[in-house]
Design a binder for this molecule. Sequence first.
Ligand code: FHN
Length: 592
Amino acid sequence: MSRGKISPALPTARRVAPRRAADPLRWWSDARFGLFIHWGLYAIPAGVWRGKRVPYIGEWLMFREKIPVATYAKFVPRFHPRHWDAAAIVRLAREAGQRYLVITAKHHDGFAMYRSASNPYNVFDATPWAHDPLADLARECRRQGVKLCFYYSQDLDWHHPDGAWNTWDYDPAKKSPARYLREKVFPQLTELLTNYGDIGMIWFDTPLTISREHSAAIRRLVKRLQPRCLVSGRIGHGLGDYRQTRDNYLPPGRLRGGWETCATLNHTWGYKKHDHEWKSPANLITTLVDLASKGVNYLLNIGPDADGRVPAPSAGRLRAMGAWLRVNGEAIYGTEPGPFDYEHPWGRMTVKDHTLYLHFFAKPPRSFRLHGLHTAVRSVSALAAPGKKFAHLQSLDAATGVPVLDLDFTDLRFIAPVTVVALHLAAPPVVVTEALQQPDGAVPLIAPLARVGTSAAKPGLRIGGNGLTENWRNTDDWLQWRFTLLRPGTYDVTVVTTHQHLEPWSGGHTLRLECGDKILRHRTRNDILIPGLRSIYFPQLATPFGRLTFARAGRHTLRLQAQRLILLRKNITHFSDGGIQFVEIRLTPAAT
Ligand code: FHN
């Protein structure tokens, strides 16, 4: 094995922070995988209103159809779920390998799915069922060892006259958010945090109109009643204990701090009888790995029907994930994100102590190579067959000093959809932190690896917590990368941007890319989609930018700047600032 000194010019770092036992987030980040349950009155119409299929997610039916409170309340006497079985649902979570469970105690329709002494619009007092399903779940979660958490819609409430966003029954000018909090939110949160034992988290949602003062008051109440209860990121105003991505969002690279992505198995959260577009087990397992590799928890949803039954396709998919986790769970639970900021083309990485897990999404080549890992490898084995060891060799690339690891996978059996190989290291991994050319020739220049230049008045361009650019609304702003190329040559340049599938495309901006003495300019496009995990909800849009030729190996610099921005008012939404949503620049070897 040839080992030498890494080139001093290459920035390297140990990327795994020591874990603190006293960290209140620890149980949650160790869990990595949770079960979300959206269950309420909306399961009765199941996405159909007056004989018509209503588009969008099922639990929004009341809002979409502007159904008056008195009309919607007619579902209440029909709610009598004969097949509700809390023990079976918690068992399903356990079989799936999910370690926490979040159920909708009250969603935006305002109907409480538990016995609420402070408000009669609840499942125990108002329905013929006269039952408290949250009490069942609390008992079963305790018995089966799953953390119980409650979802609570603290801002949107279409039933209470002062709750946000029902403007068809109530005059917005007369609404008092303070009265809504006093009459409904505070008493109900007090009940939820008093009557069901220890609660892992209150999962607040959709802070669209709430003030900072009110978010802070809600947080204080939770912490006063149960100091160890976590507060989700969507409490508003950055006051959560951790951060949440948008629904179904998969970040392009590793994130910093505690994050969670909640996601659907089909498209809806609340049960819809016509939504049969299910994600495949392979997609779901790969997504779990993808998120864990970026330090993100996966909260995956089921929407029981009005009888309390979990749709069979949901249960089957969750069990398939559990089967994979029973073999590979050590590479997910209690892990840290992979040490590199960017994705690798062959799969993902996670870390636990001195073990670096390589998660392969396809069978790797017999001679597999990894760039940038400086730490010595002691041995290599696959989780599915730990007795067998694979040969390895570490060296330094002669031209650049980049550490190179070669693995011999001649005898590796690939088990779809993801096969995990454990690299047992001499110490926690230390890696080259800058962008590196990969063995397949590609160079990943993602937003979080860039240096940001902004001369705009604040807030200017920055890299958002979710790994994308934010506030790129000024042509003086730029991103710049240093990267190491191992092979000189000619490369195709592609700029990748994204947007949320339900929103207007805020694109057509002209970008200018400068590398050495070469300048490339193009308008961003939305007609070339890159396939992949993110493509369902956050299409990755490719804009070909032409070619760059590099005469030498080593470190290079590339700068991307906006030259003309299309900033339309209609593109600014609750979720988008209308600027460039930049993901990455890809350099790939040009076909000769
Ligand atoms: O509006 C809700 C929606 O109904 C659902 O509860 C999701 C789950 O994350 N949260 C909101 C939209 O982001």
